[in-house]
Design a protein around this ligand. Structure first.
Ligand code: DC
Length: 228
């Protein structure tokens, strides 16, 4: 696609809606940078779990954020997939483990964790030409973004998708367990005090329950074309 102007595209929505897949495909088509911010919350969670830092120990968490946790990204040259690097270690598959999935909503509800990560996310968007997905990207990180999407999909379909993804990664959980983790996270993410998941007033809702990946991407590209 011929681009005349670089914009910021934000994608927010519930767990396992396909935000990352859509963000990654759009970034590829537009030659933009793609950032999965959930991976950043997962990396912080992994660090705290490994160190045995209790989520109630806010002092230890502040210390870790200030001087111990460094998050970087690399990209798989073939698939374009983001690879999350925590303190120079590739943690991409470990941050998808059930242990991290279980704690990440609680970690992401901690104010200073959000302040720490939001600052980094805003810095990544300074030059625009970015697709960022998460829960508060259109509301808090880039409220001035040119295109904001809010993705939804039927809960059962989302659980099926996550189940298949986990199976593909060799993680064995029942469909019921996957659905229950998803429901728990959606509830916590939507009801926390700090930047709860909500649709920005000017975000466009996209329900992808019955859309193919190609249909979704093409639909969004049409929106982008009208903006650049
Ligand atoms: O997108 P994900 O499932 O990898 O995100 C993991 C968790 O991180 C999710 O339960 C909520 C939190 N999160 C958040 O609070 N804000 C973001 N911008 C991204 C993720």
């Amino acid at each position: 696609m011929l681009m005349t102007k670089k914009i910021i595209i934000t994608i927010d929505g519930f767990s396992s809606c396909g935000k990352s897949t859509l963000a990654k495909d759009l970034a590829k088509k537009l030659n933009y940078r793609y950032i999965d911010t959930g991976a950043m919350y997962r990396a912080v969670t992994l660090y705290l779990l490994r160190k045995g830092i209790a989520l109630s120990d806010l002092e230890a968490i502040d210390k870790a954020l200030a001087s111990e946790i460094k998050i970087d990204f690399d990209y798989d040259k073939i698939t374009g997939k983001q690879i999350t690097i925590l303190n120079d270690e590739n943690v991409e598959s470990e941050i998808r483990s059930p242990a991290v999935a279980d704690q990440v909503s609680a970690v992401s509800a901690i104010k200073n964790v959000r302040v720490f990560l939001v600052k980094q996310q805003q810095a990544l968007g300074l030059e625009k030409g970015i697709v960022m997905d998460g829960r508060d990207i259109g509301t808090v990180v880039f409220p001035q973004a040119e295109l904001k999407l809010f993705l939804t999909a039927d809960e059962q379909i989302r659980a099926q998708r996550r189940f298949a993804e986990l199976q593909g990664n060799g993680i064995v959980l029942s469909l019921e367990e996957v659905l229950s983790n998803l429901q728990k996270r959606d509830y916590m993410d939507s009801n926390r005090e700090e930047s709860p998941l909500r649709k920005a007033d000017d975000a466009i809702v996209l329900d992808n329950s019955h859309l193919t990946q190609e249909e979704q991407v093409n639909w969004v590209l049409t929106q982008v074309e009208s903006l650049i």
